[in-house]
Design a protein around this ligand. Structure first.
Ligand code: MEV
Length: 428
């Protein structure tokens, strides 16, 4: 039976761990040592991490890797990726190399508008709320000036405020729909502060306005980036076993399947998000917001569908993606987390628009690599080779055991049981 605890957040870190160990780990010294082993020896750095969030008792590391050779809009990038899944960075690097020899990636931001909403109830006549809104609208801009001043100076701010009648969905339900350009910031705090001020101003107009909530939307279908690769169909022939035309036809079939079949689309898009999330995380952005927005976008036609598309026109193979991405390169973690700062520096301290382009390219590259494997050799060949190290580490293989076993699996099929058997044979 686990004891409840009160005032836990006020405990020191040592007290928190002691409480946890005695209540949840049967005083297991190993569990305590493990939590402490992941503390950073640099006290300042550890304190920084402790203060990112609440009740921090240790750190949770993820690998920080890089995928070089990304030619994007004629400039070479090394892309930082934070991800635990084996094969993802290898696949990104392979796709980068493949397209480096075929003109590279082209990327372009199509729009940068974000949305926030004040959701409210009004049960009077709709012409009444129209009149109130039209009268108060200039005040919304006026009374948010203190919040928007810096953003306005950078060229962003509140773009427009509209009254939206939603009474057909819920009786008495309306929204103030506010559109924003947040420039190089992801803008969540900025947007929410503006919305709360707008709601406060609005409530003074009538006692009949009941504000339910004021919050940004993570659905950003008007903050979209497009990335693309293209080459002559015959240039897709990677070896003698398959012609460029055969490769392109099967590849396009695979994309079409993801366009019409939600079961496949989810996995197809998951592969895209392997690339997207890894860069979003490495650059200190909110991957939950990106995930939520991207999947809503993938379902905007009424059925969940592929985020990428492919075609052949006049002998040219084209493969592209459009992604809604709310990213920032200033504010939030970007100026705080040392590894995020390093990741951004590695990318040449990009603007938010440039980062959108890089992230979309990482997603497209990942998707290309996955489909290339799936439609030719199958995914497991490469995946299990990379996974071999995970299995070896799980069995705490020594460096010399690893050398022998890696050599062994150069010519033998990697399966979990085959690796376990090989380790046991070696140790016997
Ligand atoms: C695995 O993480 C991602 C893939 O399943 C993506 C795909 O099937 O397209 C390989």
């Amino acid at each position: 039976m686990v004891n409840s605890v009160s005032g836990f957040s006020k405990f020191t870190k040592a007290e928190k761990i002691d409480w946890l160990i005695s209540n949840h780990f049967l005083n297991n010294a190993k569990a305590k040592a493990n939590l402490e082993r992941y503390w950073n020896a640099n006290e300042g750095l550890q304190k920084l991490h402790d203060e990112f969030t609440e009740n921090t008792i240790s750190n949770f590391y993820l690998p920080f890797g890089i995928a070089p050779n990304f030619l994007i809009n004629d400039k070479i990038h090394v892309i930082p990726m934070t991800i635990e899944e084996s094969s993802v960075i290898a696949a990104a690097s392979n796709a980068a190399k493949f397209w480096m020899q075929r003109g590279g990636f082209k990327a372009e931001v199509l729009s940068t508008t974000k949305v926030g909403q004040v959701h409210f109830m009004f049960h009077g006549n709709s012409s009444e709320i129209d009149a109130i809104f039209n009268e108060i609208k200039p005040q919304f801009f006026e009374q948010t000036k203190a919040i928007t001043k810096n953003m306005d100076a950078r060229g962003g701010g509140i773009l427009d405020i509209e009254l939206v009648n939603k009474t057909a969905k819920i009786s008495g339900y309306y929204q103030l729909q506010v559109t924003f350009d947040t420039m190089d910031a992801m803008g969540a705090n900025f947007i929410n502060s503006c919305l709360e001020q707008i709601a406060t101003t609005f409530k003074t107009c009538s006692d009949d306005i009941q504000v339910v909530m004021s919050i940004l939307s993570n659905y950003v279908p008007n903050c979209v980036v497009r990335a693309e690769v293209s080459c002559k169909v015959e240039d897709l022939a990677v070896d003698a076993s398959i012609s460029g035309r055969e490769f392109a036809d099967t590849f396009i079939q695979a994309v079409r399947i993801a366009e019409v079949e939600p079961y496949r689309a989810v996995t197809h898009n998951k592969g895209i998000m392997n690339g997207v999330d890894a860069v979003v995380l490495a650059t200190g952005n909110d991957f939950r917001a990106v995930e939520a927005g991207v999947h809503a976008y993938a379902a905007r036609g009424g059925s969940y569908s592929s985020l990428s598309h492919a075609s052949i026109e006049n002998g040219v193979f084209k493969f592209w993606i459009e992604l809604p991405l709310a990213l920032g390169t200033v504010g939030g973690l970007t100026g705080l987390h040392p590894m995020v700062k390093t990741a951004l520096e590695l990318l040449g301290n990009p603007s938010a628009k440039e980062l959108m382009e890089i992230v979309a390219v990482a997603g497209l590259a990942q998707n290309f690599a996955a489909l290339k494997s799936l439609t030719t050799t199958g995914i497991q060949q490469g995946h299990m080779k990379m996974h071999l190290f995970n299995i070896l580490n799980q069995f705490e293989a020594t460096e010399s055991e690893k050398v022998i076993l890696v050599a062994h699996f150069k010519t033998n099929t990697v399966t979990h049981s085959a690796v376990v058997e090989a380790i046991e044979n070696l140790r016997a």
